[in-house]
Write a protein that binds this ligand. Sequence first.
Ligand SMILES: *Cc1c(COP(=O)(O)O)cnc(C)c1O
Length: 399
Amino acid sequence: METKTFGVDERGYFGKFGGAFIPEMLYPNIEELKNRYLEIMYEESFQEEFHQLLKDYVGRPTPLYFAKRLSEKHGTKIYLKREDLCHTGAHKVNNTLGQILLAKRLGKKKIIAETGAGQHGVATATVCALMGMECIVYMGAVDIQRQRPNVERMKMLGAEVRPATSGSQTLKDATNEAMRHWINNPSDTHYIIGSVVGPHPYPDMVSRFHSVISEEIQVQLMEKEGRYHPDYVIACVGGGSNAIGAYYQYLDDERVKLIGAEAAGFGVDSGKSAATTILGREGVLHGSKTILMQTPDGQVVEPHSISAGLDYPGIGPVHAHLYDVGRATFYPITDDEAMAAGFELSEIEGIIPAIETAHAFAVLDKMDFKENEIVVINCSGRGDKDLNTYIQYREEKGL
Ligand SMILES: *Cc1c(COP(=O)(O)O)cnc(C)c1O
């Protein structure tokens, strides 16, 4: 099913958000991508290779698991879409796999990427190893210190990790440096962006690679419930790639309520937050017009979240649009609420979620479900990478 109302238009916009705000030096790259991505992605041989690898390498379809004890607690039917069971531990590999197949067909020889917590870097380094392509990952120098296991993983997978030493030395600085690299090496390099952000066509392209999530949910719900659509789809939103993947097939189906969980950090009024739709306003970030947290004179505000994957001052333009027209509802979830939800899911379902993912589960307590409503939560990733944060949190809080 092609989405009509909420799909991107020919100019690369979702409503008033999106577009491609890029330096002139990037035009050739972005033009090439824009002109060819759909044709390449929907070639039969591309689809065959992509789906074969999604099956045999990534481990798709991921299960749709009926969470019995969680359902009992909330008095409704809750299903988890188990993206945490994907190879490398999260949904991100759906996109990196899609993009590397595309890069190959564009004749590119090298891959660059940016990473915050290192999850996108690992997913990119993984597919580069799979395809035998050179891989450079930009990462904030501070993040390199904080996320040592993922840095070591990337190196083991054969990638070069380059520190970004400007600004706060975190994700947005790594993104700036990756863009700079691309400008200087336009013809032989493809930049794998890790979420539904960046200039057109990235948000649309990345959405399409993740749309396999909602395609599978439809088939699996039909098997289990005799209907394709749930009443709710809930997902956490950093840039918004796992969320849009879970929403994609339901965008035009108003029976399905689309819910996003944003990281509120210490609280929306604390000055240490990443609740973009509440705190942000229109502006341009990383090549597209969207909603972002900024000072009155337009400086990007440093975000905070306990989860590195949600610690981003903007959201993808498609989500800015869904928010703007009221198609999706976003809830701010504090660090404490997310951690509580993470501990609870571990104890009552035996699933330790990524802390990003735990934000989506924390939404459950804010909702009023009817009996027998069908709720799908996108379980975007597993918590192995977050074990230290969970341990530290427990110690600090004396839990
Ligand atoms: C990176 C990440 C996210 C946030 O990215 P989106 O593009 O918003 O999906 C969420 N969950 C997990 C497990 C992640 O690794």
